[in-house]
Design a protein around this ligand. Structure first.
Ligand SMILES: NC(=O)c1ccc[n+]([C@@H]2O[C@H](COP(=O)([O-])OP(=O)(O)OC[C@H]3O[C@@H](n4cnc5c(N)ncnc54)[C@H](OP(=O)(O)O)[C@@H]3O)[C@@H](O)[C@H]2O)c1
Length: 121
């Protein structure tokens, strides 16, 4: 099975990577930086040395990064079985600062929407 997990470097995303890897999936970890991806892969491999993991940088707040992520994935993969749209931000300050609201919307909704529109196998 070929999977992508966004926000793979922490929290629920990292736990999802562990479970999928333990089931034998090949998992692309999508993280905001290569360093975050590497730390997460090292963490998983500390208990699952043969885990099939790959790293690709993805910043959902940046449409160019979303397109670059999709292009890089399509260049080296012919199929995608499972896309876990985990990455998001939440619990921003409750007062309606326009920048904060725009940021939460653009990362949680628009970023994921753009990635799905870019398409794939
Ligand atoms: N935990 C809960 O109780 C709960 C409840 C309801 C829903 N959820 C949802 O479950 C998901 C995971 O929650 P969590 O608690 O595991 O959150 P978390 O620990 O804060 O992890 C969020 C992940 O999303 C990534 N991320 C944030 N902004 C991003 C961006 N612009 N581009 C790419 N990645 C970005 C973070 O990367 P960085 O490390 O670089 O910031 C991090 O890896 C979220 O969608 C959240 O809304 C969680």
């Amino acid at each position: 099975m070929q999977a992508i997990v966004t926000g793979a470097n922490s929290g629920l995303g990292l736990q999802t990577v562990r479970v999928l890897a333990a089931e034998g999936a090949t998992v692309v970890l999508a993280c905001r930086s290569a360093a975050n991806c590497k730390a997460a892969m090292d963490d998983v491999r500390s208990t699952q040395p043969s885990a099939k993991l790959e790293a690709l940088v993805l910043d959902l707040a940046d449409a160019a990064s979303v397109r670059a992520f999709a292009a890089a994935f399509l260049q080296s993969h012919t199929k995608l079985d499972l896309l876990i749209n985990n990455a998001a931000i939440m619990s921003l300050p409750t007062h309606f600062e326009s920048a904060a609201v725009r940021g939460e919307w653009s990362i949680t909704v628009e970023g994921n929407r753009t990635r799905r529109r870019v398409g794939g196998p």
